[in-house]
Design a protein around this ligand. Structure first.
Ligand SMILES: N[C@@H](CCC(=O)N[C@@H](CS)C(=O)NCC(=O)O)C(=O)O
Length: 251
């Protein structure tokens, strides 16, 4: 079956978490909004505007269309794809633990988004720069170490994971998302990440292991992976590349 992924063209955004799973599994898919042949962004907009026979119509991209279903919400899509792409353990517990971690990553992603859009998603970044500065400092001071520290603990506490897996002994879609958040955070907040990475060696190990996976390597080298840019979730604004308070205190 060929999956149809619907996500805004021109940015990695939340769609990249789904792309990485499909790419890693070698699953056939059409990135609909990037394909003029398949209707491009108009097809995406039509899906959101219309009623949907295959489930509730999606509120926002990314969403995934299969032969039977349309599914939205990154964590929900990965929860669905996990067993089909063999990107999650076989037990009910492992599927729900993966979902739990992915939902926490969704919370982190929302907070990363809010560093550049703290006042309103409806306004341009340029219209909320003072708020963004304040929000980013607070994010880097407290929330980044809290989220990454939590994920790191899961790598360390996973006794069967050899320090390179979030869950159990097997590779899983959450590991792919950890790769993406490390990549994105390095792009957006290089100063903070330089100080943060020695504190989260397990996450760096997961990142490096994923980066070496043959299909991920091929995808990154293919040119099909859109470069990070200032339309996505992870944006590099030099004025927001702040030194976290805990880093200045210790370095
Ligand atoms: N919680 C949703 C968030 C989806 C979302 O916010 N999508 C963004 C693009 S990354 C969007 O197009 N939002 C439009 C809107 O909120 O009106 C998920 O994880 O999929």
């Amino acid at each position: 079956m060929t999956y149809e992924l619907y996500y805004w063209p021109g940015l990695q955004g939340r769609g990249e978490f789904i792309r990485l799973a499909l790419e890693d599994a070698g699953a056939p898919y059409i990135d609909v909004a990037r394909s003029a042949e398949h209707g491009g962004v108009r097809a995406l907009q039509a899906m959101m505007a219309g009623s949907c026979a295959r489930g509730p119509s999606p509120f926002a991209p990314p969403f995934l269309k299969t032969d039977d279903l349309v599914l939205a919400q990154v964590a929900n899509i990965l929860h669905f794809l996990g067993p089909k792409l063999e990107l999650v353990g076989a037990t009910e517990a492992s599927r729900h633990h993966a979902l739990q971690l992915q939902l926490t990553i969704a919370d982190l992603i929302a907070e990363v988004h809010d560093t550049h859009h703290p006042a309103s998603t409806q306004l341009y970044y340029e219209d909320q720069k003072p708020e963004a500065l304040r929000r980013t400092q607070s994010f880097l001071d407290a929330r980044l170490p809290k989220f990454l520290g939590y994920l790191e603990r899961n790598v360390q506490d996973n006794s069967s994971g050899a320090g390179a897996h979030l869950l159990g002994a097997e590779h899983c879609y959450v590991d792919l998302s950890v790769y993406q958040i490390v990549e994105g955070l390095r792009y957006a907040f290089p100063t903070a990440m330089k100080a943060m990475e020695p504190k989260v060696p397990g996450l760096v190990t997961v990142h490096n292991r994923v980066a070496e996976r043959p299909r991920i390597k091929a995808y990154v080298a293919s040119g099909r992976r859109i470069a990070f840019n200032e339309n996505g979730i992870f944006r590099r604004y030099p004025e927001l590349d702040l030194v976290p308070s805990w880093a200045s205190a210790t370095t």
